[in-house]
Every structure is written in C-alpha cells, then in structure tokens.
Design a protein around this ligand. Structure first.
Ligand code: PMP
Length: 418
C-alpha cells in the first residue's frame, strides 16, 4: 500500500500543514526535504537546554553541549556503519565535504602527469572542486561519460582508470535521474589502481541504508538537509588512518592545544582537527535525530514506498501525450523521476505546475555536463519523500495535460527545443 507511509508520517511534518494553504504538493525533495517535528524538537531542545560552546570552557553547560555534539557524532557513526565515531566529521554539507577532501587529500596526490577521474553525471559540487584542483596543480581531469541511458557500467569505469589515477570521485545516486551507481565495484576498481575514492552520497542517504564499511570508499559524504535534517550541516566520513595523515583544512579555534611563537604548530588528531571554529552543534543534533527518524520508519517501508511512487509516476507520465521519462528510474528507485515535455521548456512546465501549487525542480539540476551528454536542455524532476502520495503524482499527470508553451519557449530564441 503506497499510502501507508505518508498516512503514518504526514502529521510529523509541520510545513506540510502551513497555513498559507497554497502548497498543494511538495515534490522537490532531492533539493531539500521537509523536517519532521522530532528534528525541530531536538534542535530546540539543544538550544533551550544545553546551548554553550563545545570543546572549550570547563563549565557544566560547556561539557553538556560537548557531550550532545559527540552523541550526535556517535549516532551518525552508528547510522552509516562507521567503525568509530572519530571517522565522522561534521561539515557544512556535501559541498563543504568535497572541498575539504579536494584541498587536503586531493592537493597531496594531484600534480602533472596524474589524473583525477569523475563520472559524467556529477553534481557541480562533486565536479568543480576537482576541476579547480586539476587546474591549479597541473593534474588532468577525466570525465567518464554516463552513456545514452545515463548509467555508469562498473567495468567501463574501471577501464578508464590507470596507474596515473590518483583520485576518483563518484556519486552514489544521480540527482538528475536517480540512477544508482555501482559504487562498491567502482571503489574497488579505484583501489586496485591505487587511487583514493570519494563517494557523494547526498541523494543516497535519504533513500537507502548506507554502510560505509561495506562500500569501502576512503571518503563518503552527504548533507543533513536532504535527509530530513537541518540545512548547514553535513557529514564527511573518512578512514581514521587516512585522516590522521592529512594536512589540516581550515585552521583556527579548536584545532590546536596551544600555539607558541617559537615552535611549529601541532594540530589535534581526530574530528577537532577538521572542525575549526564553532561548529553547528544544533545542526549535528538535528542530523542525528533525522537519521534516527529514518531508521525508525524502517528502510523496508521507505524503499517500498519509493518503488511504488516511482513506478506510479512512470505510469502516469508515460500516459501523457508528448511526455518522455528520461532514463529508467524504476530500475532501482531512489525517489527521482526526470521527464521532458516535447516542445515545451522545462521552466515553463515548472511554472505551470507551480501556478497550481505543485513544487518541482526544473532545469539542469546543477549538472549541466550530464544534461549536455543526455542532449537535453533540462528536465522536470519529481523527487519524492516519505510523505508523498500517489494522488500528488496523479495531480501532476492531470496538470501536464494542460501545459502550453510559455515565455521560456517564446522569449528565448536560443532555447533548444526538447
Ligand atoms: N551532490 C549531489 C548528488 C546533490 O544532489 C547535491 C545537492 N543538490 C550536492 C552534492 C550538494 O549538496 P549541498 O548543496 O547540500 O552541499
């Protein structure tokens, strides 16, 4: 029953009942999810019950705050199967995590005659840090195309690696098509080539149980806000031995025990070394609460719901004249379905849906390289969360029947028609 999960959870999300009453369906969960009450409560509880700076002053509130921060780290470590909490670093999000790795591990291994390899379906946040790293170090960036079906084959990917490959960065799940990449096999291939591996799990963590030990990548990162947690906080998981050998990233308060003018600076080991300045403690607490929330809903229920909604969306969309679903989103559903309407710009489709209170994302989804490869100007993307219903998808189908070309298709002479 695809309605079982939304029936059970909708009341958990205050925004879905917002008084403006003009939001009919929120189908942009791959951009950010709404937050359940337990997450908001955990954050309020932190600010009203334990707010104080962490890892610094030795007063009771400071110790309690530090303890809550570390409990959040332990909670995240448990949720993603990390060997120890010290492998979990809190960052500002996926983008910040990728930049951290590019500027530390990346800078250490990149150089002339060396290659960094990414896939053609990467989000700009897992592409631009590597482009900049290559531009500034003289390394070469190799982009392995996703192919016409938007799928990366593990063997084809492995064949693109060589002895000169020093780092590999791949997304677990595509934010454009919802494609699930064979990241375990890709990480193993990178290891055989002697390269470091980073996996961008931003779109995976809200939709499937992730076990970083099973994946066996060097780095795994994700954002809290796409997994029902707060904005402004995310996670970088890194192997302990690997992190210990890296130069620090941002330096500042909390990263050292003491600084003396006449001695070299010695940075702390462990997470403190990577979390310079006052961290987003309430964010970490909220993120841990969000992962607990997902665990309590149960991955079987979440995966069943994703599968049912994606299949339903594919059925509904393919029945609409001139609509084409891109890729094969039902193959291994991640709650994402991208489509195009022949002859109508995706922005016009998005604007039409918005006029009826339906929120979707349209355009290139911060992945124009991928859209170019697919030969598309953009797509309209439906992305589902635990609270979405088949009725909301039916509504999209009905509204699409009435979509007409609008300003984007008439006012923009350089627009490529889909
Ligand atoms: N990678 C992927 C696959 C994403 O979908 C996103 C967000 N759209 C990001 C990275 C960047 O995440 P954030 O904006 O939270 O840093």
């Amino acid at each position: 029953d695809p309605e079982a999960l939304p029936r059970a959870v909708r009341a958990d999300f205050p925004l879905l009942a917002r008084r403006a009453g003009d939001l009919v369906a929120y189908l942009d969960n791959a951009a950010t999810t709404q937050k359940p009450r337990v997450v908001l409560d955990a954050m309020t509880d932190y600010y009203t019950g334990a707010n104080s700076n962490v890892g610094r002053g030795y007063h009771r509130l400071g110790l309690e705050s530090t303890e809550r921060h570390e409990q959040a780290r332990e909670g995240v470590a448990r949720a993603i199967g990390a060997a120890q909490p010290e492998e979990v670093l809190f960052t500002a999000g996926t983008t910040a995590a990728v930049n951290l790795v590019a500027d530390t591990a990346g800078r250490r291994v990149a150089g002339p005659g060396r290659r960094v390899v990414v896939t053609g379906m990467e989000h700009n946040s897992n592409l631009l840090p590597w482009r900049r790293l290559c531009d500034s170090t003289g390394a070469t960036l190799t982009v392995v195309p996703a192919g016409p079906d938007g799928r990366i084959d593990a063997d084809r990917f492995a064949a693109a690696l060589g002895p000169d490959t020093v780092l590999v960065a791949v997304s677990h799940v595509s934010n454009v098509l919802g494609t699930v990449n064979p990241v375990r096999e890709m990480a193993a291939a990178a290891r055989r080539a002697g390269a470091l591996v980073l996996v961008d799990g931003a779109q995976a963590v809200p939709h499937r149980p992730v076990d970083v030990r099973d994946l066996d990548a060097d780095f795994y990162c994700f954002s809290g806000h796409k997994a029902y947690g707060p904005m402004g906080v995310g996670v970088l998981h890194g192997r302990r031995d690997l992190l210990a050998g890296l130069p620090p990233y941002q330096v500042g308060g909390g990263t050292v025990k003491g600084v003396a003018a006449d001695r070299p600076v010695r940075y702390l080991d462990g997470p403190a070394r990577w979390e310079a300045g006052t961290p987003h403690v309430a964010g970490a607490v909220g993120l841990a609460a969000a992962l607990d929330y997902l665990r309590d809903l149960g991955w079987d229920a979440i995966r069943r719901h994703d599968r049912a909604l994606v299949r339903h969306a594919v059925d509904v969309l393919t029945a609409v004249d001139r609509v084409r679903v891109v890729g094969d989103p039902a193959a291994d559903p991640s709650g994402i379905v991208s489509f195009v309407v022949e002859g109508i710009h995706p922005y016009d489709v998005g604007a039409h849906l918005d006029r009826h209170g339906v929120a979707v994302r349209c355009g290139v989804h911060c992945a124009s390289t991928f859209l170019d490869e697919l030969g598309l100007l953009g797509t309209v993307r439906l992305s589902f969360g635990v609270y979405n219903t088949t009725a909301e998808i039916d509504l999209v189908g009905e509204l699409l029947a009435g979509v007409r070309p609008g300003p984007w298709t008439t006012d923009h002479p350089d627009v490529r028609f889909l």
